[in-house]
Ligand binder design. Structure first.
Ligand SMILES: *Cc1c(COP(=O)(O)O)cnc(C)c1O
Ligand code: SF4
Length: 339
């Protein structure tokens, strides 16, 4: 990623934002004017380290130990409790791996683990224990893994996931996208990312140009981007601007969120989230019941909570602004619609 590294030190770039992200618990608490005695017991040295960009910290409320953004990234001692039913491979990913980095669980779409890196570490992440070291790291390694997609014409959509695929520099990312687009029976490309939410400057001019004048106009494949916003307060003007640019470039924007206890489990917070997503031109696609990954038990809500929230949203919002409430069950041929 030679060309990407040279940009890395330039101020104002997303690479610099990532490098300057907060990795120390003390610093995070300091920035938010919080002291440890206001918070539940923390884990100062979590196996899945603290990582939160300053752009996200700025959207948190000072001196609020229950801030819904803070709770998504704060490592609690509770994560180390063994809770029965919560495992390291919550959704059966290990049974879906075909070639390194390629998960083929659902008939028509394959999911690529493009990288293990993210712009943030979400404490409830269902891939927090994923063996990322097994996935390809170079474009030539991807060539052999993509042979699987080439050989399976029923796959008409490839999903870039991870980790966060937008952690890759533009040169590498578009190198991979180009390879995917060259497979004739793949007509749609999807990117699952939380990067534009965390560090909106990731959607830079170079990214937009490669997308619009390169990938989209040269190949005519459709590009879908699924963002990951859990709370209305994550949507600020920088994210709205980035979404506007993406839509102008021809990207279709969806959102998936996770139902999280104490964070977005009230009708008011879900209503605000869905309305603001719709205002930003993002279709609320999925609301996920939490995947039961080890360390995340304290985030879980009853499914009945999600059911009544979605029923409530239906009464108030446009049909397209109400997400499908789903759970992922290992071995099922699609996500399972609850309700
Ligand atoms: C969730 C998921 C998909 C995408 O499913 P959709 O219902 O099409 O959004 C594809 N592959 C894997 C392995 C998944 O976990
Ligand atoms: S951004 Fe996605 S993959 Fe990365 S930690 Fe958060 S939920 Fe997990």
């Amino acid at each position: 990623m030679g060309s990407d590294e040279s940009v890395a030190e330039r101020p104002g770039t997303w690479q610099e934002s990532l490098r300057r992200a907060v990795r120390s618990l003390d610093e995070l608490l300091d920035l938010l004017s919080l002291s440890r005695d206001q918070l539940p017991a923390l884990d100062p040295t979590p196996g899945f380290p603290l990582l939160v960009p300053r752009e996200y910290v700025r959207r948190m409320e000072l001196s609020n130990p229950r801030d819904p953004l803070l709770l998504q990234v704060l490592p609690l001692a509770e994560e180390n409790l063994q809770v029965s039913g919560f495992d390291s491979d919550a959704v059966g990913d290990s049974h879906s791996a075909r070639l390194p980095g390629v998960l083929h669980k659902y008939q028509s779409r394959a999911l690529l683990i493009a990288t293990g890196l993210c712009a943030v570490h979400c404490r409830y992440c269902f891939r927090r224990h994923y063996p990322y070291e097994e996935s390809p790291t170079s474009l030539s390694q991807w060539d052999s893994s993509l042979g699987y997609v080439q050989d399976n014409p029923q796959i008409d959509e490839v999903i870039l996931s991870g980790g966060d695929p937008l952690s890759l520099g533009n040169a590498k990312l578009f190198g991979l996208l180009g390879k995917i687009a060259s497979i004739e029976h793949v007509t749609r490309i999807r990117i699952h990312t939380r990067f534009p939410v965390m560090i909106p400057s990731r959607i830079d001019q170079d990214f937009l140009e490669r997308l619009e004048t390169g990938l989209l106009s040269e190949t005519r494949k459709s590009v879908w981007m699924v963002l990951h916003v859990n709370h209305a307060r994550e949507i600020d003007r920088h994210l709205i601007d980035a979404c506007h640019k993406l839509r102008r470039a021809g990207v279709i924007l969806l959102n998936q969120s996770v139902l999280l206890r104490g964070i977005n489990d009230t009708l008011e917070s879900q209503r605000d989230l869905c309305k603001q997503l719709a205002d930003a031109g993002i279709v609320p696609y999925y609301l996920h019941q939490l995947d039961r990954v080890a360390g995340a038990a304290h985030f879980e809500c009853d499914e009945s909570t999600g059911e009544s929230l979605v029923a409530g949203l239906r009464m108030e919002l446009s049909g397209y602004a109400v997400p499908r409430f789903v759970r992922e069950t290992a071995g099922e041929p699609s996500k399972t619609l609850i309700l």
